[in-house]
Design a binder for this molecule. Structure first.
Ligand code: SF4
Length: 374
């Protein structure tokens, strides 16, 4: 289990249920009561890795901004799947070399847990319950891993029943952990998708520090599926390296040798993408990384990606493999342009609602018949 070096609690939040749960599980750690703007006022001693240090401090504080936001894939020029995100945690106990949080949270890296989860549920209810005709997908895995801290914090015990009671929204819990025992007794009524981000073991073991090994993630997926949850998989980021094709195709084979494709809500693929400043951080924090050795180019949105012809080749190879292993599983690409959709699937979504509908109404799936495979 994650063990921070200290616990910080915003004054007035000492009795929040999530704080009490964590204090019970980590009774011996030093605790400090601090003001809400503690992090901005702190004089930081010289630190060669402030982001890594931030992960080891656990700060309980209220979220004062909105919880519900649009996923950043809604960037002009990229095909969007109309995904919404809510964050109860900011920063992550795991430490993947490619993680965008290294740049995004560079100025406020302390691992924060928001104490007012009831406000989050109110906010979601206001949006979702007022539009019963619309199907929503909401994920918690944007600013942290959804489950890495859940055995400590217990947020799922509130989230799963809340979403299980609503017919027009799916909750996605996206993770690289295998800590799922506490989910098994909760009733999801098919409204919760527990999904795993996967890379082949050769990458997971060297680039995804502190995560569960590939085989353990799959074992956890099978157990969650057997408990009645929908499951999903994200091959994102797809990393190009000398043996990528064999390794990724084997990984897909292992997935569908382990789980039942009929209970898989979706599989996504997304190319590695790094801003120039994130590349610098990655080089600095992970000098041994293999991420930067592939053939990457600077794209229109200011991010470095594997060059387009190679990306398309990767998507085609893996989606073809997916279609042969699990032809009915919906598939989509994350943060890709319309021209790449056109090359991979033979058609690009007309609008963001098209992708969203392809995932909630599987007969519209993009994965069922790519044109280049006919
Ligand atoms: S699990 Fe996700 S949020 Fe956590 S370090 Fe890895 S990429 Fe970042």
């Amino acid at each position: 289990m994650y063990r921070p070096t200290e616990i910080l609690i915003e004054r007035g939040e000492e009795n929040a249920p999530v704080v009490q749960r964590a204090l019970t599980k980590l009774p011996e750690l030093p605790v400090r009561i601090v003001e809400k703007d503690w992090e901005q006022k702190e004089t930081r001693p010289a630190d060669s890795d402030p982001f890594g240090t931030g992960k080891r401090r656990l700060f309980f504080t209220r979220q004062r901004a909105r919880f519900l936001e649009h996923c950043p894939a809604g960037t002009p020029g990229l095909v969007c799947c109309n995904y919404l995100v809510v964050s109860l945690i900011s920063n992550c106990p795991m430490d993947c070399s490619y993680c965008f949080l290294q740049e995004y949270l560079a100025n406020n890296p302390t691992l924060k847990v928001f104490t007012n989860s009831d406000d989050l549920l109110d906010e979601v209810a206001q949006v979702v319950d007022r539009q019963p005709w619309r199907q929503f997908r909401i994920g918690t895995g944007e600013l942290s891993d959804s489950l890495a801290l859940d055995t400590l914090l217990g947020f799922s015990a509130d989230l799963v029943p809340f979403f299980a009671a609503r017919k027009n929204v799916l909750l996605e819990l996206k993770t690289k952990s295998d800590g799922i025992d506490h989910l098994l007794g909760l009733e999801s009524h098919g409204r919760v998708v527990v999904s795993w981000s996967l890379t082949p073991p050769a990458i997971a073991d060297t680039e995804e520090h502190g995560t569960a090994p590939f085989t353990e993630r799959l074992r956890a997926a099978r157990r969650v599926q057997q408990a009645g949850y929908k499951i999903g998989f994200h091959f994102d980021p797809l990393i190009e390296y000398p043996n990528w094709e064999t390794d990724y195709r084997q990984a897909l084979e292992q997935v569908f040798a382990t789980v039942d494709p009929r209970g898989v809500a979706w599989v996504s693929f997304g190319s590695l993408r790094l801003t120039p400043s994130l590349r610098k951080v990655v080089r600095q924090r992970f000098p041994q990384t293999r991420l930067l050795s592939g053939e990457q180019v600077l794209c229109d949105d200011g991010k470095w990606r594997t060059f387009q012809a190679l990306r398309v080749k990767m998507y085609r190879s893996l989606i073809s493999q997916l279609n042969s292993l699990a032809p009915t599983v919906p598939v989509y690409m994350c943060m890709e342009t319309a021209p790449v959709w056109q090359k991979v699937f033979g058609r690009a979504p007309g609008c963001d609602k098209d992708v969203a509908r392809s995932l909630t109404e599987p007969n519209l799936s993009y994965g069922s018949a790519p044109q280049w495979d006919r």
